[in-house]
Write a protein that binds this ligand. Structure first.
Ligand SMILES: Cc1cc2nc3c(=O)[nH]c(=O)nc-3n(C[C@H](O)[C@H](O)[C@H](O)COP(=O)(O)OP(=O)(O)OC[C@H]3O[C@@H](n4cnc5c(N)ncnc54)[C@H](O)[C@@H]3O)c2cc1C
Ligand SMILES: Cc1cc2nc3c(=O)[nH]c(=O)nc-3n(C[C@H](O)[C@H](O)[C@H](O)COP(=O)(O)O)c2cc1C
Length: 670
């Protein structure tokens, strides 16, 4: 597909933006004292140079009570010099327009922890994120917070930002005023819809009055709160129409609140799923509207623009993973893109855990400022890499970039290691982009790739490399209990590869970590109508909506996951675990903790729990009990005295994020 609309210029008020790509605000947690430090500057500098049209820096806290020390502050002048200098530099050296998000979390702020004061909100409704009850704002509080928005906006203009965005989404302060769930006030700021809009609209008017008519001003709204009893796309569109009258020049439409049970950011969200929210708002306003969430596939983004759903598209995580995304798309270098796979492992999960972000697929994220010196020809080393999984491929990429002579050996026909298996479960197919992007970049480098044969000791003797990298990965563990060699006992990896032809009606999965749970989901959804079939049945009225719902739930299999531990899915990241658990519940998968496999019979397994022994009927038993490193090569190479490095799962079975990070780190060190 040609990406034409993505690179058309656009105006927001008087601001001329060179293309239709927006990097939305994303909390990076690179500080713990409100400082906009060098790490932020380096992160944003790298993205501005990648060709993005409008880069929204932030969130930046407008005051102490609504923010947190993990985000830089714009509530005083302490960051002004740094931000001013960065903006001046980026205006000089890049074409990116620079925006800023002004942030107030309302009841969701961890204010008590950091300021000793309660969080502020329209009403004293407990936050589900902090567990704390906020103080219902008095009129003085309302005035003070609005003044803080105004002062921060004035600072933003003085710091050289071209675009100011007020956050009015995600269940933060302004959305709390808009929603009947969190706004129980009986004064002029609560009750009727007009009253609930008042705080947000007043804030917009006051900011507009302070910054003058010409500075581009935007708001970020929830396209639909996706909360029972709260605002939908219809109310959001009404608010946006009023916001336009109050003085905003652009509307950035994201999805629902943090607390919603409708997934917003995971792989379960189909690419482009929320473009309709932007369309619903674009129909009601005459200013540019941005669509957001899961638009990282450039074809999907282009189609959203062509369809008229939005005027600009947001690339959040896709620009974390690939700072050069706009440039590569514009230049048609699609195969070289480091594609975000929406795994959330390094970004959103880190935020949940209160840590600075990293990126599972791009190990340079968060260390953009660190110099990576290329090896001169005298330091150039001959490197053999055994294993073409993510660890080996990343090592080969980084080492070749540094000027070393790299040969990559993969014993299978294709590169990728476990990635095709990991991409097997429902909604995880995008993980294949990890392999494809790495292969695409390897093919552009001077790396010799030898697939279809293992690296052997003889190869090393003959080739005399300076370094051998053992990135030979892992294999599934087989546990031994009576009956474990029966033909109806299969491995989860084989199921996910699609290699098991007969799966029965009563399935027991042994092992309740990520692989066990994802295999349960695979089996539970196997054979259910696909989205196209649902669309067909629904559009033609072939089945009633109740029947459609049940069609999507059960394929007639009874699935039980057993594990000895007391928490199923414990190694799944916090931002995705609940989605997986919700899906297993929907598909009526039984989850049994504290349950140990004792024996496998022909039509049942015997398990042991605190209550004693028990039979669970099973005509298929799936083993998902973890994996063990494959690294025999290390011992075999020892007599040769060659330098050997062991990386990735070959060292310890973990995740592709570890494999990629280790491949990068170790390659820097040779
Ligand atoms: C079902 C499943 C789901 C997963 N989901 C996730 C997830 O959501 N997130 C996540 O971060 N991780 C996930 N993982 C784990 C992740 O895939 C692995 O941690 C990662 O692939 C390890 O990378 P690696 O390069 O170290 O090893 P591997 O991917 O195992 O690659 C090793 C390669 O070495 C090759 N090899 C072996 N011996 C030789 C030899 N002598 N010579 C040449 N080549 C050789 C093998 O054929 C293989 O291709 C999942 C894994 C599975 C099985
Ligand atoms: C680590 C992280 C932090 C985020 N913080 C914010 C934020 O502070 N303000 C905001 O409006 N959106 C925030 N978001 C949401 C993103 O702006 C964006 O809407 C979301 O990632 C979906 O877009 P994507 O699929 O292109 O990543 C955050 C997202 C991530 C991954």
């Amino acid at each position: 597909m040609k990406h034409i609309r993505l690179f058309e210029p656009i105006r927001i008020n008087r601001l001329a933006v060179g293309n239709r790509t927006v990097m939305p605000a994303m909390g990076l947690h690179f500080t713990d004292d409100y400082t906009f430090n060098d790490r932020y500057s380096a992160f944003y500098r790298r993205r501005a140079h990648g060709g993005v049209g409008l880069m929204i820096v932030g969130p930046l806290a407008i005051d102490l009570v609504g923010g947190a020390p993990v985000m830089p502050g714009l509530f005083d002048d302490s960051n002004m010099q740094t931000i001013q200098a960065l903006n001046t530099e980026l205006h000089r050296d890049t074409k990116a327009k620079l925006g800023v998000q002004l942030f107030h979390m309302g009841r969701n702020a961890p204010a008590r922890l950091f300021t000793g004061e309660p969080a502020l909100a329209p009403s004293a409704v407990r936050s589900r994120l902090t567990g704390d009850v906020p103080k219902a704002m008095t009129e003085e509080d309302i005035d003070r917070v609005q003044v803080s928005f105004v002062r921060a906006a004035e600072r933003a203009v003085a710091a050289g930002f071209d675009f100011i965005e007020i956050i009015a989404c995600t269940g933060y302060l302004i959305s709390q005023f808009l929603s009947p769930l969190t706004n129980l006030r009986t004064d002029g700021y609560g009750g009727s819809w007009e009253n609930r809009m008042r705080f947000g609209l007043e804030t917009i008017r006051r900011v507009r009055a302070a910054i003058g008519p010409d500075v581009a001003l935007g708001i970020r709204v929830a396209g639909n709160d996706f909360m029972e009893g709260s605002n939908t796309n219809d109310e959001s569109a009404l608010f946006c129409a009023e916001a336009e009258k109050a003085g905003v020049d652009a509307i950035n439409v994201t999805g629902g609140w943090h607390e919603t049970l409708v997934p917003q950011l995971t792989q379960a969200v189909p690419p482009g799923a929320y473009a309709y929210l932007a369309r619903g708002i674009r129909d009601k306003v005459s200013i540019p509207v941005f669509a957001s969430n899961r638009l990282g596939d450039p074809d999907v983004a282009e189609r959203v623009l062509r369809s008229g759903a939005a005027d600009m598209i947001c690339w959040g995580r896709p620009l974390i993973a690939e700072p050069d995304l706009p440039r590569k798309v514009r230049e048609g270098r699609i195969d070289e893109i480091i594609r975000c796979v929406s795994c959330n492992q390094g970004c959103f999960d880190s935020i949940f855990l209160g840590r600075g972000i990293f990126c599972a697929v791009n190990p340079t994220v968060g260390r953009e400022g660190a110099a990576v010196p290329a090896a001169d020809s005298s330091q150039c080393r001959k490197v053999f890499v055994a294993g073409g999984g993510p660890a080996g491929m990343q090592f080969a990429l980084t080492a070749s970039e540094l000027g070393h002579a790299v040969t990559l050996f993969e014993k299978e026909k294709n590169l990728g290691g476990q990635i095709p298996v990991a991409a097997g479960p429902p909604a995880k197919g995008e993980l294949l982009h990890i392999r494809d992007g790495m292969v695409g970049r390897l093919l552009k480098r001077n790396v010799e790739i030898r697939c279809g044969r293992p690296l052997t000791v003889d190869d090393v003797k003959r080739g005399r490399p300076d370094v051998v990298v053992v990135a030979t990965g892992a294999q599934p563990i087989a546990i031994r209990v009576p009956g474990s060699d029966k033909p109806h006992v299969v491995d989860a990896w084989d199921i996910l590869r699609g290699d098991v032809a007969h799966i029965g009606k009563k399935v027991v999965i042994v092992g309740g970590n990520a692989v066990g749970c994802e295999t349960a989901e695979w089996i539970a959804t196997d054979g259910l109508p696909d989205p196209e079939t649902f669309m067909f049945l629904s559009c033609h009225g072939a089945e009633k909506s109740e029947k459609l719902k049940t069609l999507g739930i059960c394929n007639g299999r009874r699935i039980t996951v057993i594990d000895m531990v007391d928490r199923i899915g414990a190694n799944v990241g916090p931002s995705t675990r609940w989605v997986l658990m919700q899906s297993l519940k929907k598909h009526e998968v039984q989850l049994r903790t504290g349950t140990r496999l004792v024996e496998i019979g022909d039509d049942a397994v015997v398990v042991e729990t605190d209550a004693g022994r028990e039979r669970i009927e099973a005509d298929t038993v799936v083993m998902a009990v973890g994996s063990r490193s494959v690294n025999d090569l290390v011992e075999d190479l020892r007599p040769l005295g060659v330098e050997v490095l062991v990386i990735g799962d070959a060292k310890t079975p973990r995740k592709f994020s570890d494999a990629i990070a280790e491949g990068y780190e170790e390659a820097l060190g040779i």
